[in-house]
Write a protein that binds this ligand. Sequence first.
Ligand code: PMV
Length: 316
Amino acid sequence: LSAHFATTSAPGKIIITGEHFVVHGSYALAAAINKRATVRVSGSSGHDSEIISDGRRSSVSSEDGVFTAAKAVIRKIVAESGNRKEIFRVEISSQIPVGSGLGSSSAISVATAAALVSYLGQRRDLDRISELAHAGEKAVHGNPSGIDTAASLYGGMLLFDRKNQVRPVLVNTALKILVVFSGTTRRTAALISKVNGLRTRYPATFEHLSDASSFLSLQAAEAIAKGDLPRLGELMNLSQASLSWIGVSTSALDKLINEILHSNVYGAKLTGAGGGGSVIAVPKPERAEDILKQVSQAHKISFLTSIPQEGLRWEI
Ligand code: PMV
């Protein structure tokens, strides 16, 4: 028997090291952040399921490009239930800025998948929720590695690769990460395809870079487990250099990173697909609040995040 409604939430994410290369099989390190998307699913008497968020509304069958992730998740669960004509009302409220590289779509995909499963009275199986959420990410990205959904679903810090999926990483320090949105949104799919082009033209070079990125992510996980923030920062700087090499940084991001590097941080880099989006940095813990104050004068969407252990939450 299904409940009259179900509410879940899931966190956004940052990628600490290894983005893009993770799409092609290497390790990357990701973590959940203190901003979440909440999804409430209830029944509807209309003719088509609808999604509502921030005063916007779209029906699931419409092709208007709004709420792509949530629509794909709904379509998949309906298809799996033998196209049983269930009409949902899906309400989304999210603290995660859209198009900022902070996992807005993965948090929405995970929370939507879980809320639908719960509403339909199905088993709360995390592998199934992951698979449903992946359909949402696929609709947005084309060929996502799955790292974003893993971080939103499981929370904490995790080492991820496409074959072995998730390995939790112990965070042995009061780690605070500075997150700064550059103000420029971008399309992850376009950047993934740019990197694909490079990989096709320089297969051997790309393989070496991927191996280096994998190794760097393993070292970053080790630095975090040991609470060695200076080393973590340095490894993030190296990761940024490799992302510049493959052409996903921009002059605006480089400028922002240099600005942040001047303010007592151990390291800074872009996070996620690049081309815009957000920058992360490891501040010296005792200076973190001051640095945030300074940076947020010019960059309104800036915040400090710890790494919350909690991923998907069953709100009700
Ligand atoms: O979700 P974004 O736009 O922050 O990018 C995710 C990271 C990529 O490695 C570029 C893509 C992926 O699916 O792993």
